[in-house]
Design a protein around this ligand. Structure first.
Ligand code: NAD
Length: 506
């Protein structure tokens, strides 16, 4: 007989967690003070279990009496996001049963704070499920300052038995996934405020392999829920500027534009976000570029696309180098299309006499990759037309975007990488777990750290340095760990010292 699990709160998350626990064979007590919540929860759970595990429904017992939950060996609290309420619920259950394990599904509150009023805080932990709980496999298993490490191991094993993928994370604002994902929204909002259409940002991120673009995803999550997560991480870090929420999002929430649930958010529903335009048909009549640069982007372009082997054959130059200082020695008088990861096009214009345009494309280059093209402030010129003709001939959609440093896809990715490195440096989780959590929790095509390894750490660092210099904001400052790794010639996060197993010996 499996031990009884009590779930406190029968809302969106509580009902999903109750369903998962019952499906895993546990008798479940589902507590909620509001009878209507219990009623709709049972209807939802029934719909969820009906086809696959009808017997599991019989294992769920709804209750409006908290005392009834005293018999549970494991309590998972999924009540509203209020510290005092969560403290009280767990303190009361802790007093009713001195043996039970007490878990909170909080998204934003500190586990150490929630545990503070429980007589024995060593038995309190975070079990952070993702919405919808029956479908999302990731669970962040969070230890507070006082949590018994053996309990975290036990909880991780239990989550595996429930068919979940547990990831051990330290107690820090936003834990791991919600924190590392912040730039996906925050940087997209800034780019939009700088004049990039939201549809373009969504199409570009899908083209990179993300299941959804930031704006359509905010509409799905709910702009209010997303703003609350951003605000809580920002406050949790005492106003650290890189987490600062954007006024555009606040404005939408204030207007009641909450996303799909209110019928309007960034898009209107129906019809919802416009689909990505069909890419052009490949052609063979196109100008050939000379591709410059040693990095994986240059290598990927050379491997994938036809190109000139020497300047005499080339119609233009595709310069994939990142540092602007490296770009003084361009083979004039060919038109130049330069990678914008570390600077805007306009920044190079004064030093370059011939036609100049910018581009960005992030490896690995998939079939649906969208090429971002940038003209200098002086306007379109032959370099831009050559780039467009070339990339369209390869069957890739091109979008002409307002000049800014970084490009859309790369700027968002670079900040995700920088944030993942900061989480790693703070010891929130191991490199492999950070990547696994981001893939499972958010559906990213690659974890941010493995992505950094694929495009090399040095170009990421040089690009962040360029963004920091040109945009002048602290949010682009490369993390010191990234600087140290590049200075030491390291390209692989998995070989960093100390490794998990070495930590005890240090
Ligand atoms: P919700 O509003 O859908 O559900 C909360 C439930 O708690 C409601 O049914 C409400 O009746 C009940 N409740 C009210 N007072 C209570 C009390 N005193 N004791 C017990 N239950 C009470 O909220 P939700 O989205 O399910 O979120 C619950 C928790 O899960 C929050 O801590 C939230 O941060 C966290 N969380 C939410 C998500 C998400 O995507 N919604 C994801 C992960 C974690």
């Amino acid at each position: 007989m499996e031990e009884t699990v009590a779930v406190l709160g029968a809302g969106t998350m509580g009902r999903g967690i109750a369903q998962v626990a019952a499906a895993a064979g546990h008798p479940v007590l589902l507590y909620d003070p509001h009878p209507a919540a219990l009623e709709s929860a049972l209807a939802d759970i029934q719909a969820g279990l009906e086809k696959r595990q009808p017997a599991a429904l019989g294992r769920i017992q709804p209750t409006q009496a908290l005392e009834a939950c005293a018999q549970a060996g494991l309590v998972i609290e999924a009540a509203p996001e209020e510290l005092a309420l969560k403290q009280e619920l767990l303190a009361r259950l802790g007093a009713l049963n001195p043996q039970s394990l007490l878990a909170s599904n909080t998204s934003t509150l500190s586990i150490s704070a929630i545990a503070a009023r429980v007589p024995d805080p060593s038995r309190v932990l975070g079990l952070h499920f993702f919405n919808p709980a029956p479908r999302m496999r990731l669970v962040e298993v969070i230890g507070g300052l006082e949590t018994d490490p053996a309990l975290l191991e036990k909880a991780s094993q239990l989550m595996r038995r429930w068919g979940k993928e547990p990831i051990r994370v330290k107690d820090a604002p936003g834990f791991l996934v919600n924190r590392v994902a912040r730039p996906f929204y925050g940087e997209a909002l800034r780019l939009h405020a700088e004049g990039v259409p939201k549809e373009h940002i969504d199409w570009i991120m899908r083209g990179l392999g993300f299941p959804m673009g930031p704006f359509e995803l905010m509409d799905l999550i709910g702009l209010d829920v997303n703003l609350a997560a951003s605000s809580s991480v920002y406050q949790g870090f005492f106003g650290e500027p890189r987490y600062q929420p954007h006024y555009l999002q606040q404005q939408k929430v204030a207007a009641g534009h909450l996303g799909r649930k209110s019928g309007v958010g960034w898009y209107r529903y129906p019809p919802g976000p416009p689909p990505t335009p069909t890419p052009p048909n490949p052609r063979t009549d196109h100008p050939l570029p000379l591709i410059l640069g040693p990095n994986p982007l240059a290598a990927a372009l050379r491997a994938r696309f036809p190109h000139a082997e020497n300047p005499a054959e080339a119609a233009f130059v595709l310069d994939c180098r990142v540092k602007p200082e490296r770009k003084h020695s361009l083979p004039e008088p060919l038109p130049v299309v330069t990678l914008v990861w570390g600077h805007s096009v306009s920044r190079l214009q004064a030093e370059h006499k011939g036609p100049l345009a910018g581009f960005s494309l992030v490896p690995p280059i998939g079939e649906r990759a969208i090429v971002e093209l940038y003209a200098p402030l002086s306007g379109p010129n032959p370099a831009l037309a050559l780039a467009q003709s070339y990339f369209e001939a390869q069957g890739h959609l091109c979008l002409l975007l307002p000049d800014q440093p970084g490009g859309v896809g790369f700027r968002i990715l670079a900040l995700l990488i920088n944030e993942a490195i900061s989480a790693l440096a703070e010891g929130l989780a191991s490199p492999a777990e950070i990547d696994r959590a981001m893939r499972l929790g958010t559906g990213y095509p690659l974890g941010p750290l493995e992505w950094a390894e694929r495009i090399w750490l040095k170009p990421v660092l040089r690009a962040l340095e360029g963004l920091h210099e040109e945009l002048g904001e602290a949010r682009y400052r490369p993390h010191p760990l990234l600087r140290r790794m590049v200075a030491a010639g390291l390209e692989d996060f998995r070989n960093l010292f100390p490794k998990e197993k070495d930590k005890e010996a240090v």
